[in-house]
Design a protein around this ligand. Structure first.
Ligand SMILES: [Zn+2]
Length: 459
């Protein structure tokens, strides 16, 4: 048993002063109280404690190319998502399991430093370089789980069903590492992934399709005819206008329109991006209970477009955040980009709010946290709850803006002015993983990452 004492702890809608959090030996919360526990070692922390952010969408291997796609030698030629994707494929084809693990470990350590304590890994790099199964079909997924364990982040592994090269198009040779030939192939990958997840203490399993264009309608139907179990379902959808046009040409419907009409969309569904929506589709997602996962820095980087957030929130839509390609890793920055995109296009400031919560910082944080937990397969609504693992970030009360804020503006000060330098550290499952902006194993992880980058000659 041990205990922390924090100056403030955020408990849903209120900050509780001078609070003790007592943990058992596995890092689960035994008690949260303003009364001092007796006969237990207490660590006094000069900071404000709140639940860690949830990163609902990650492709770990893409961290290797973060920042590399900004040089455009042929300025007369248009550069867009699809040319970026060719570069991404080249990297996907070159990475072996050891290299993936080193890249993901570095990335996850950096996520923790920025304030994320749980990541959903949208995983489709399944096979070896020739496109054959590894002996353990979930070898690559297991390396991601191992990376998460090394770094100390909680993970939900979401192995993707990826079958086709596009609507009505066979898989292309450069997609060979992603492909399950049919539903049976995907289900056996899921079985192997489930066995892998069971080996790790702080891991969960999700499921999903890479996108509507990546699985044919026969297999989509067959997938939803089986018992899906009680796990979250993730899918990329309506990110790019070209994809919307191709879907209309193939199905005669827009992607979200088709999904709502042909699949049992409900609150297990997490629609990644959903950028291009009609009003009807926007209302349809909200009414279904499904969630949207917004990845503002990546969507901005790839020129995807603006999600209709205001309309979606008005009809009760729920959303969380993901860092996707990892060009940005700060949850505060993701929230700001999301909000400012809406402000710039509507010419109004109050975009991330609801009828009952007019505090942009708190509303955005609360939405991203609780919807993010749902994306992980965790439906806990209490910020901190007795019996749950203790996963938290601690804001530095010595920071000039933080230390002089009133309680009601504290969270907005963090979200609208902050970055990782505002944090004293990150705690997962009861232990400090990051302190003073540095991961416990930063040196080792960086050295491994550098070796892999020099072998791969990517950077
Ligand atoms: Zn993605």
């Amino acid at each position: 048993m041990k205990a922390f004492k924090f100056d403030l702890v955020l408990q849903n809608s209120r900050w509780q002063k001078d609070t003790f959090v007592t943990l058992n030996d596995t890092g689960r919360i035994e008690n949260i109280s303003t009364e001092k526990p007796v006969d237990i070692d207490i660590e006094e922390v000069k900071g404000y404690c709140l639940p860690g952010f949830q990163n609902s969408h990650s492709h770990a291997f893409q961290y290797a190319m973060a920042g590399l796609a900004e040089i455009h030698p042929n300025s007369s030629k248009s550069d867009d998502f699809w040319s970026w994707r060719e570069t991404m494929y080249k990297i996907a084809l070159s990475i072996n399991p050891d290299q993936l693990e080193a890249i993901a470990t570095m990335l996850y350590a950096e996520m923790l430093r920025h304030g994320y304590t749980h990541v959903a890994e949208f995983h489709y790099l399944h096979h070896d370089k020739e496109g054959k199964h590894f002996e353990n079909k979930s070898e690559m997924g297991e390396r991601l789980l191992s990376a998460a364990q090394n770094a100390g982040i909680n993970i939900t592994l979401v192995p993707m069903f990826y079958q086709k090269g596009g609507f009505g198009i066979s898989a292309q040779p450069q997609q060979r590492r992603f492909i399950s030939k049919d539903l049976d192939g995907y289900l056996s990958l899921m079985e192997a992934s489930s066995r892998s997840v069971a080996k790790f203490e702080f891991a969960k399993l999700g499921q999903g399709f890479h996108s509507l264009r990546a699985v044919d309608d026969e297999n989509i139907r067959a997938f939803f005819e089986q018992n899906l179990g009680d796990i979250s379902f993730h899918i990329h959808i309506a990110e790019q206008l070209k994809e919307v046009d191709e879907c209309i040409a193939y199905y005669g419907k827009r992607p979200v329109e088709w999904l709502l009409e042909n699949t049992p969309v409900d609150n297990d569904f997490h629609l990644i991006h959903a950028t291009h929506l009609t009003d009807q589709e926007t209302i349809g997602i909200a009414r279904s209970g499904a969630y949207v996962v917004l990845c503002p820095s990546t969507e901005g980087n790839l020129g995807d477009g603006f999600f209709p957030l205001k309309k979606y929130q008005e009809v009760g839509g729920k959303w969380s955040l993901g860092t996707d390609s990892h060009v940005g890793l700060s949850p505060m920055e993701e929230l700001r980009i999301l909000d400012y995109g809406q402000r710039l296009t509507t010419h109004h400031r109050n975009q991330i709010i609801s009828k009952t919560n007019g505090d942009s910082g708190h509303f955005g944080y609360d939405m991203a946290l609780l919807s993010g937990r749902a994306a992980m397969g965790d439906l806990t609504n209490d910020y901190f709850k007795v019996g749950e693992s203790f996963n938290a970030i601690v804001i530095d009360s010595g920071h000039p803006l933080i230390g002089t804020s009133q309680l009601k503006t504290l969270l907005s000060t963090l979200i609208y002015t902050g970055d990782s330098s505002f944090l004293l550290g990150t705690i997962t499952n009861g232990d400090w993983m990051v302190k003073y902006n540095r991961h416990l194993h930063f040196k080792k992880f960086t050295s491994n990452f550098k070796k892999v980058m020099s072998t791969l000659k990517i950077r």
